[in-house]
Ligand binder design. Sequence first.
Ligand code: F6P
Length: 365
Amino acid sequence: MRIGILTGGGDCPGLNAVVRGVTKSALRRGWEVIGFRDGYRGLVEKDFVSLREHDVSGIIIRGGTILGTSNTANPFAYTLAPLGSAEKPRDLSKLAFKNFSELGLGALVAIGGDGTLTMAQRLYKMGMPVIGVPKTIDNDLSATDVTFGFDSALNVATEAVDRVHTTAESHNRVMIVETMGRYAGWIALRAGIAGGGDIILLPEIPYRAEDIVKAVLHRKRSGKKFSIIVVAEGARPEKGRMTVTRLVKGSPDPLRLGGVSYKIAEILDKSRIGLESRVVVLGHVQRGGEPTAFDRWLATGFGVKAGELLAKKRFGQMVSFRNFGFTGVSIMEAVGKLRRVSPGAQEVRTALAVGASFGNSRLTG
Ligand code: F6P
């Protein structure tokens, strides 16, 4: 059999470990492997490379993806023109299908998040034998307990929270660290707990400005003249919206978030609590660099499991990590429904129990 692999959507640490896991295990089964360049662009434009043992050797520790990726290449709404041009997107899914057949492929492994997997599901519906592999630093995909990339991003965010602690304490400042995560607050929540954040602001628990101020003042009065706020980019006030920085035309989700931390700083500055605040927006630093040991392990397991699902012809499935084991679930089950932090979750109660505030006094442990 000859199989194709692609990596789509935003990159994250661990993609190469999956490519390696799929390729090495497939080669051992006697299959041939090709990798499409830049996600679905490679499939639509027949742009690919052959993957042999030496091509994937040594890439387990490398961040990013050796295949390249795209968060706009969509076979169902494709444009050959540069981003932002007036060209109308066309449905080139039949061309993608033709290329797939002409290349003599028996299956496609699509590694990506919600957008990439939704496209994979649509191709599967058209008759393409597809296996999905879930990736995202946001950890917001249903049907898997964890996605690779998340742990690496979490470690970067936690290290940042650790680092601002000493400078916050020295200057008696409020340091506000903004994490990624889009509509889910997993990175902020876990970095907040692991880094000992004082206030954790999540998209799932809208904040009240007065409660953020109260929490900082409470600490000040009890002798702690500094505070660390960990805020997810998707956090929003109780009666307000998320902070959008830009719109990316052609992306499955065109909204790009970012900048809410400046609004939090403004709230504190206006409140005259007598403490200066500073903002650190972590941004893509969270997506770069080498994957952690956990992500390498998870991504390798995902890659090998994808090979197993292929061998069993369990097409239309996505690999998943559930209850400490690798398994297969339908892609349908995984896409469309985000896995977000529940305000009543045990880890939210854990943070409350150690004195953290979620910037909303209505939330109690
Ligand atoms: O979904 C992963 C993610 O890093 C989000 O956390 C973030 O909101 C978004 O992608 C950023 O997208 P881009 O790389 O297009 O700026």
